[in-house]
Design a protein around this ligand. Structure first.
Ligand code: ADP
Length: 258
């Protein structure tokens, strides 16, 4: 059951009562579960044929020298798009089945790994990227999943920044929480949209107008991962003013039970 309540206030400001609405959401929850099943089954069925397309195209491209250049060029397009589809399928699968296994993890080394894998694409986009994070930086986190979160935030920061942009990664801590921020000087996000960017399939109008490719899935997966750690993620931005995404994670795991 979902509930919503509103106070009833008289003209002179006195509280005179309240309206409470109870809604039976069983049908909605059931259809959501059915949708998740459908997505997960379809994604699974897509994987084999896609892997077969990619495998065969890779084999042909190994002999690219013996192909007419215009055909090799077309095959590269097939290869790129098939890989993109496979990534999409992986993203869709991740939204339905996502497990995290947190342990004591050094976030500084995850930041370093994420930076080194983003370096080439940052250079291609003429974007500067730097991190100022204390090392070690301990948190209670699943290294694979939080690595994925960092990769996603950093690749978005590159993707949505014009040439000459700057990206910085910083951290703050308190006894309970570790906060990692990824800031960019890119196109930014309006106040209205900043609340929606974590919704599945949401993309801002500016991203679409600029024809920047994307499916609107990365941030919804990112939020899911962070929340499964008991943490949170927020976006501070403004149109044309760059963006800062801050991930908050628990500094320590639960105390051992005796
Ligand atoms: P994708 O980038 O594949 O579209 P995401 O879920 O990662 O999907 O992001 C959702 C949307 O949020 C993007 O389409 C874009 O409109 C906006 N967005 C995300 N990161 C940034 C950023 N660093 N700067 C500006 N807009 C962003």
């Amino acid at each position: 059951v979902s509930t919503a309540a509103r106070p009833l206030v008289s003209e002179d400001g006195r509280l005179t009562g309240a309206v409470v609405v109870y809604t039976d959401v069983t049908g909605w929850v059931e259809s959501l579960a059915a949708n998740q099943d459908l997505i997960s089954n379809v994604s699974h069925e897509f994987k084999n044929p896609l892997n077969s397309i990619i495998g065969n195209v890779d084999l042909v491209l190994e002999e690219a020298d013996s192909l007419p250049p215009h055909l090799a060029q077309r095959l590269l397009v097939v290869q790129r798009n098939a890989e993109r589809l496979l990534e999409l399928v992986a993203d869709l699968t991740a939204t339905t089945a996502l497990n995290v296994h947190p342990k004591r993890t050094d976030l500084a080394s995850l930041v370093e790994t994420s930076l080194s894998s983003a370096l080439a694409s940052a250079q291609r986009s003429h974007v500067e990227i730097a991190a100022d994070v204390p090392s070690p930086l301990w948190a209670y986190a699943d290294p694979l999943r939080i690595g994925q979160v960092l990769d996603n935030l950093v690749s978005n920061a590159i993707k949505y920044s014009p040439d000459g942009g700057r990206i910085s990664i910083s951290a703050t801590t308190d006894p309970e929480w570790v906060r990692l921020s990824v800031s960019d000087t890119g196109m930014g996000i309006s106040d209205d949209d900043a609340a929606k960017v974590f919704n599945r399939f949401f993309r801002t109008e500016s991203a679409q107008k600029a024809a920047i490719p994307g499916a609107g899935l990365g941030l919804s997966i990112t939020r899911m991962i962070v929340e499964r750690h008991g943490g949170s993620i927020m976006c501070e931005s403004g149109e044309g003013q760059g963006s800062t995404f801050t991930v908050t994670l628990p500094a320590e795991g639960p105390p051992p039970s005796f």
